[in-house]
Design a protein around this ligand. Structure first.
Ligand code: MG
Ligand code: ZN
Length: 224
């Protein structure tokens, strides 16, 4: 580009010291959460993605496919509403709503509070729907076994390259709504290539929840 670019130097961002302390505390609680879940042989999957990428639909779809095999609970992060939790509850799984208020991501402490409410001995699998946001959830591990990022072709062609940090953290990435790719003029192969370039270890699955396409491949990618 030709115009001026201003970049924040390291240490120049306000509150960085405060933030380091906060992230450290979060990490410690996340380690405890992971230990607690491991002791109860529970697999927990942190599902991250923007608002409208299809996180809730994906959970509904996975819950339907897997509820015969696993005892499932869903932790539903949202600023204020229980719209998603109400949807998921209809699929016959145990749902806990986590309202974050003004916080634009889930943190390990909120997840700990939710875990404390669950009957862990009676569970195999926990889906954690993070708050709709592709930026800061990357920095807040929750203690999950795996981190899954969902993007949708309806979000356009630059969702991956504009959010590299979240893909660095992702074990599995889902490209959702591929039934709309042509209409949106978004190249799914291009998105897959972008993800592979950021993190070659991330498993990428292209799916359509609406058409139930790619769901078995996703279940494989999650080792479920
Ligand atoms: Mg949702
Ligand atoms: Zn946030």
């Amino acid at each position: 580009m030709k115009g001026t670019i201003i970049e924040a130097d390291e240490g120049e961002v306000f509150d960085i010291e405060l933030e380091k302390d906060l992230l450290q505390k979060n990490k410690q609680i996340a380690i405890k959460n992971k230990k607690m879940l491991d002791e109860n042989k529970i697999i927990a999957i942190d599902i991250m993605g923007s608002i409208g990428s299809g996180k809730t639909s994906l959970i509904e779809c996975l819950a339907d496919k897997l509820k015969g095999k696993y005892k499932i609970a869903v932790l539903n992060g949202d600023l204020t509403t229980s719209i998603d939790a109400d949807r998921v509850e209809k699929h016959g799984v145990n749902v806990i709503q986590i309202n974050t208020g003004k916080e634009c991501h889930l943190d390990a402490n909120l997840v700990k509070k939710a875990i404390d409410q669950l009957e862990l001995s009676n569970l195999d699998l926990v889906f954690i729907e993070n708050v709709g946001n592709l930026i800061c959830p990357a920095e807040f591990p929750l203690g999950s076994s795996k981190r899954l990022v969902v993007i949708s072709v309806t979000e356009g062609p630059y969702m991956v390259i504009k959010h590299p940090y979240i893909f660095i953290e992702a074990d599995v990435a889902v490209i959702n709504k591929i039934d709309m790719a042509e209409a949106m003029q978004v190249n799914v192969e291009g998105l897959i290539k972008d993800i592979n370039q950021i993190n070659p270890k991330t498993k990428v699955v292209a799916i359509s929840c609406r058409n139930r396409e790619g769901i078995d491949e996703l279940i494989d990618a999650l080792d479920l």
